[in-house]
Each structure stands twice: as structure tokens, then as C-alpha cells.
Design a protein. Structure first.
Length: 319
């Protein structure tokens, strides 16, 4: 989650069509194509997006019950050092400043992203960044726009939407400090959840991120619409596969997982190594689902390396 930065949000209006027929742009065999009516209502549906900078578009997709500003906190200190990047921090339906507009499942949210891309980016080449559930959606976007996407960055990506099949480890603090934790209020404990590194600096950094990023985003989310989706394993997944071995993504990719991630783990994402042949795959020790918390140098180095690889790809690829 992220604190609100100085620039103001710009709102892009996207019309929900009665029916949307998806067409694969891939030159390789495409995954199963589906048609589905978009949510019906008499009002125009909108996706709110905050744009910073000019140049190559970078579409940045946040996680479940989060918002675009949540991504800004971690990515802007990196991206703002690299000229020529047009960062687009989108708010998904029912999150941030975007109304839910009666979305019923992740397919509806994905189709909203598709219409946003078609309206805002057209045939432009662009990069995609996604965190958690946003990583799941980012993979779908990279798969659909495979001839336009020049790079993919996945931070703690959701791989298995169904909670029951995720390969997770039981929580155990790396640094335990019972005295420190006993002095934390019950309210703060509820907000912080399991604290992996129980030291004063880490707890301070985690609390700051919760207060500045997570809690405001969760408060802004339309949980009356989102909670039923999240609770239903059939609605909290896309209706098409992202694991088609015949539709590999060859542009530079970065996958960053947390070794101690209690939400999505890291072992499920190992399959991405075969699907993304140009991927750097990293599992960070001290890494939770909210990484980075108190250490940003390594994360920044990985992202900057990805940007360098993308630049090389764009110059030398045969597109």
C-alpha cells in the first residue's frame, strides 16, 4: 500500500459494452478465448488511474482490496530515477477511486482492464507490473497483449487463486521478542498481523506501512461487492488458464517472492520459470507478502536490473 503522493488523480472514462469478444494478439497458439457480458448498468463504468511521467507506458496493477497509491510507495522511489517511463497506477473496480459497478468476479475485473488498455494505450507497446492478485491479472494482460508487452514484473504474485491448494509454510518469526510484542496494543497487533522480525525498527516500519498504505486502501474498498467474490473460489479466479506451455512470454520478466510469504508462498510460482524464459526469479529471505518492509535496496536493484533488460530487449528484439 502507498501513501498519497503529490500528483493528482486523472480519471479515464471507459464504457462497458454489452458484449466483449476477446481476440488473442499472440502469434503462438492462444489460450481458450471466452465471451462474457460485462456488468450491466445504465451508467458509464470508469477506472481511475494516476499517471506520472512521460514515455514508455508502465501499467501497474495493485492487489486485492488495495489501490494504485499502494504501489506508488514502493515503486515511485525507483521509477522516478529512470526518465522516459509513463507510470500508470490504476485503481481496479471497487478499489481506490473506481466504483465497483456490479462486478461479479475476476473476469469482470480483467475485462475492465482490457477496456482501459484499449482506450488509454491502444496499440502502443507497454510494460506491466502487478502485485499479489494484481500479478495474477498482470499475467493475463501479458498473455493477451503478448505482441505489445515488452516486460513483466510480478511482485509476490498470486498463482493459485484457491486458498486450499496453495503451498504455504506455517508462520514462525525469524526474530522473536516477546517483551517487545507484549508492549504493542491489541489494536496495533490486529493491524500488524504476524510480525516476522520482532525488532523495534522493523515493527516501526511495518506499522508505518500499515497506517499509510494498507488501512486507507482497505477502508476505501467496496467490501460489500468484493467480499463475496473473494469468498467464492469460482468467482475469485479467471475462467481461462495462464499456464499454457504453448504461449510462453519471452520479454524480460522479474518475479519477486517472499520466502516467508504467508498469503501466496513462493513454491507455486516456480512454474513461472518455464513459462517466462527471460525471467529473473528471486525468493527473498525476510520477505513477507508486503515486501519490502524495512529494506528497499535489494528490491530497487532488482527492479532497476529489470528496467535495463527491458531497454536492451526493446532495442534488439525483432518486433
Amino acid at each position: 500500500m502507498q501513501t498519497e503522493l503529490g500528483d493528482q488523480y486523472s480519471v479515464s472514462t471507459i464504457r462497458w459494452r454489452d458484449n466483449l469478444y476477446l481476440q488473442s494478439t499472440a502469434l503462438v497458439p492462444a489460450p481458450r478465448i471466452f465471451t462474457k457480458p460485462l456488468p450491466s448498468n445504465s451508467m458509464e463504468s470508469i477506472l481511475s488511474a494516476h499517471e506520472i511521467g512521460e514515455g514508455l507506458p508502465v501499467l501497474i496493477i495493485h492487489g486485492w482490496q488495495m489501490e494504485g497509491r499502494a504501489e506508488e510507495v514502493d515503486f515511485e522511489p525507483i521509477f522516478n530515477k529512470t526518465p522516459g517511463l509513463r507510470r500508470i497506477y490504476v485503481d481496479l473496480p471497487g478499489m481506490g477511486a473506481t466504483p465497483a459497478n456490479n462486478v461479479k468476479d475476476l473476469d469482470d475485473i480483467y475485462l475492465g482492464l482490457v477496456q482501459f488498455i484499449d482506450s488509454r494505450l491502444g496499440n502502443s507497446r507497454f510494460l506491466v507490473v502487478g502485485s499479489s492478485c494484481g500479478g495474477y491479472l498482470a499475467r493475463a494482460i501479458a498473455q493477451k497483449y503478448i505482441e505489445q508487452v515488452d516486460g513483466l514484473l510480478l511482485r509476490v504474485p498470486l498463482i493459485e487463486p484457491k486458498d486450499s491448494v496453495r503451498d504455504l509454510d506455517a508462520f514462525k518469526p525469524l526474530v522473536a521478542n516477546e517483551q517487545l510484542m507484549s508492549n504493542i496494543s491489541a489494536e496495533d497487533k490486529a493491524h500488524l498481523g504476524n510480525v516476522l522480525v520482532q525488532t523495534p525498527p522493523y515493527v516501526k516500519a511495518l506499522k508505518a506501512k500499515c497506517e499509510e498504505v494498507y488501512l486507507p486502501a482497505e477502508k476505501a474498498a467496496d467490501n460489500k461487492v468484493l467480499d463475496p467474490i473473494r469468498a467464492d473460489p469460482h468467482r475469485y479466479q479467471l475462467s481461462f488458464s495462464l499456464d499454457d506451455q504453448n504461449a510462453k512470454f519471452f520479454a524480460p520478466t522479474l518475479v519477486v517472492c517472499g520466502r516467508q510469504d504467508e498469503s501466496v508462498g513462493y513454491r507455486d510460482s516456480l512454474r513461472l520459470l518455464e513459462l517466462y524464459p527471460r525471467s529473473t526469479y528471486v525468493v527473498l529471505d525476510r520477505g513477507t507478502h508486503g515486501l519490502p518492509i524495512d529494506e528497499t535496496g535489494l528490491f530497487e536493484a532488482l527492479v532497476r536490473d529489470w528496467i535495463t533488460r527491458v531497454g536492451e530487449w526493446r532495442v534488439h528484439s525483432e518486433r
